[in-house]
Design a protein around this ligand. Sequence first.
Ligand SMILES: [Ca+2]
Length: 220
Amino acid sequence: MRHTVLCGTLALLVAVFLASACGDPQEGGTYPGEPMATIRGWVEVVRPVESEAPRACLLWSVTSSSPDVLTTADSPVSGSFPARFEIDLVRPPPDSALNDLGSDGRVGLSVVVAYDDRDGDGRVTFCEEGDPGQCEDGLLGGCPDHAVVWLPEEVRPGTYLEQFLGGTPPAGYHLMEVVRANPDFGDRDSLRPLDAGFDTEITIILSDQESDFEWPDFLK
Ligand SMILES: [Ca+2]
């Protein structure tokens, strides 16, 4: 049951990823400055995927708006596998990446994904609506066990966000671990802080099989 649901989630994610018409207007151009945080880790090939130019980026899930995903912080993946990757977060995500929970606060939720930069323009290239032939890039995989969280304000005690994030972290970027829901109780996946924060190395897995990914359910 759960397996089926999560496979469907990835299929939806890929479809939305390719269909969404939002780029990252804040990512181009001038010298970006010192990073606010850096995500580091490895890229492992679980099943062979075809890509001459894999890149990694953050895929933000925004449940309260349309389009409901957008990407930031694009970075190349270089070297032979298992390859290293490093993504500098040089600025906050745009406000359009935030989920507004009203009195519970605002939160940005993202996962690290890898994609095939087929047109070599160094960013996710989305298809034109109604023209599937323009889908230049495809999702290769990602890191389903960690999430990158952006908090525009400190989490207040007693809020839903405190429960969801396992505490009251301050404003800023946070690298967190996905806590899987217990299917016996029917609750939702949540997150918890990592003691080592962004010093934790994470793993992007590449595979052409959806069943290799168990994405957190907040991506639905
Ligand atoms: Ca591209």
